[in-house]
Every structure is written in structure tokens, then in C-alpha cells.
Design a binder for this molecule. Structure first.
Ligand SMILES: [Mg+2]
Length: 285
């Protein structure tokens, strides 16, 4: 470890990543296909008016964090696993290619590395397998982690992928109690960008937000993370957004973010490595 890394580690002991459109570029097209599948689910399974679905899909996403959370809040009853299978099952995962550069980068950094995604466990596993990033993360906080079924609630529902680091989970019993406590106060689906979801993740993964950089392509997720005390990086954007300490055009710029934190503190913009990837979309936040 060189001097820069030692100094940066003193300020940053953990890297927390969104997954979709953060660990891979939006140009893969998964986001567009996922939204199409959600709209189809709303029509085919929930029998919603077809011409109203696109507008409702966006409005529910904006109001409740995800369209799925919004549908539940409106009182629609459906199986969570069935929904996830329907919207993710036909995604063009073949568009995701192994990213050995990112893998090498992640494995070379001493910080704890975690994922915080609104997506379900099966989707996260497929994405990370396709990207060749299995074994790069200490822990993955996913839909099931924050929204365990009654069966899952009895045990830790975050997961480790095959060949993943043998990470000691700290104080899981109190984390489970924390989720149950949060769910009692907030019976809706827990997901980004709600502060409650971030707080639950902090408790589950024993994260100190003041020593963690949070990377996400969603401006609203970054804004929430900032409110709760994280150092924040908006990914895939050239310009800072409200609540972002850094803007990184590519997830390959992780190390530059750490260097900037060490040398200048926050509110600096990282030079681009890859071209910008477009605007935030309304599904895979
Ligand atoms: Mg995202």
C-alpha cells in the first residue's frame, strides 16, 4: 500500500456502491428493457389501464422509490418474487461483459466494499456474475435484505456470492432487530432513496457513513446519502448534482475519488475517463 492509499484509507474505510447503471454503463440497455417489463407486468398481471401505465410507472417511482414499492403502497397484492422474476427474467444479460479492469481495481483497494441495490438477490447475482465481479464485495444489501419475508426475517438475508470474500458479519442479530423496528415504523417497502433504507443499511453492514464513499448514478439517492452523512459520488455524470461531493464519469475512477478526498477534501470534480452515459432513468435506481 503506498502513502496515498494509507492516507486515503484513514478518511475512507468503506466503499458502498449502487449496482445497476453504476457498476456497468447505462448503454447496456438493461434499464430500458426492465422498465418495459414492469409496464407489461402492470398491464398483464395487475390489469391496469394500458394507456395509464407509463405515466403511473414514473410517478410511482418518483413518489415511492421504486414502481414496485408504489404499487404495493397503492394496495396491489402480488408476490415479490413473481414480480422480480417477470421484470428481470428476460433482461438482455448477455449485454453485460466482464470488466477485468474494475475487478482488478476493486481487489487492489484495501477498503471494505459493499453493494446497496434496490434490486433482488437473483438479479444482483446474475449481474455480478456477468461482470466477472464475484468475490469483489464483502456484502450485498439487496431487496430481500431490507424487505425480508417472514421466513427470511428469522435469518440474515443479505448474501455472499460464490467465491466471495469470507467476510465476518458484525452483530447481525441487532441488525435484524433494527429492520423489524424500522418496518414497524415504516410498513412500506424499504428502498433507496428513503433515509430509513440508508439507516437500515448502515446498521446491517455496520457502516460508518463518515468514513464511507457512496457511489450511485441516481441524483436522488446521492442526495439522501449525503443527508445521512456519507461522502458521495455521482456516477456517469460530468457535473456535480446537489448532495454530491464528487462527479465520476466512470466507476473506473474510484481511486481518483479517494485521491481527491485526501488532497482536497470534498466538492471536487473528477476528470472523466469514459464519456457520459446519459440521464437518469426511472427503473433501476
Ligand atoms: Mg443505479
Amino acid at each position: 500500500m503506498d502513502a496515498v492509499e494509507i492516507s486515503a484509507e484513514a478518511k475512507c474505510e468503506c466503499l458502498l456502491f449502487d449496482m445497476d447503471d453504476t457498476l456497468y454503463p447505462m448503454s447496456t440497455g438493461l434499464n430500458v428493457e426492465c422498465r418495459r417489463n414492469i409496464e407489461e407486468y402492470m398491464v398483464e398481471r395487475l390489469h391496469m389501464e394500458e394507456k395509464e401505465v407509463p405515466r403511473m410507472c414514473v410517478e410511482l417511482y418518483e413518489e415511492y422509490g421504486t414502481t414496485m414499492a408504489g404499487l404495493k403502497a397503492l394496495g396491489f397484492e402480488f408476490d415479490n418474487d413473481d414480480f422480480h422474476q417477470y421484470v428481470h427474467g428476460r433482461l438482455p444479460y448477455e449485454n453485460l461483459k466482464p470488466d477485468p479492469v474494475l475487478k482488478t481495481l476493486l481487489l487492489s483497494m484495501p477498503q471494505r466494499k459493499m453493494i446497496f441495490t434496490n434490486a433482488d438477490k437473483a438479479h444482483a447475482a446474475r449481474v455480478l456474475r456477468r461482470l466477472g465481479l464475484e468475490g469483489c464485495f464483502d456484502r450485498i444489501i439487496c431487496f430481500e435484505t431490507l424487505n425480508p419475508s417472514e421466513i427470511q426475517a428469522a435469518s440474515d438475508s443479505s448474501f455472499l456470492l460464490e467465491n466471495e470474500k469470507n467476510c465476518a458479519h458484525s452483530d447481525d442479530s441487532s441488525a435484524s432487530e433494527s429492520i423489524e423496528s424500522t418496518k414497524r415504523r415504516c410498513p412500506r417497502i424499504l428502498c433507496k432513496p428513503s433515509i430509513e433504507a440508508f439507516q437500515a443499511t448502515i446498521n446491517i453492514a455496520a457502516i460508518n457513513p463518515e468514513r464511507t464513499i457512496f457511489f450511485d448514478d441516481s441524483a436522488r439517492n446521492v442526495a439522501s446519502a449525503k443527508k445521512i452523512g456519507f461522502t458521495t459520488a455521482i456516477v456517469g455524470k460530468e457535473m456535480l448534482v446537489p448532495g454530491a461531493d464528487f462527479a465520476v464519469n466512470s466507476i473506473h475512477n474510484i481511486r481518483e475519488a479517494l485521491t481527491m478526498l485526501r488532497e482536497h477534501g470534498k466538492e471536487e470534480q473528477i476528470e472523466q475517463v469514459l464519456p457520459p452515459r446519459g440521464v437518469e432513468t426511472a427503473v433501476l435506481a
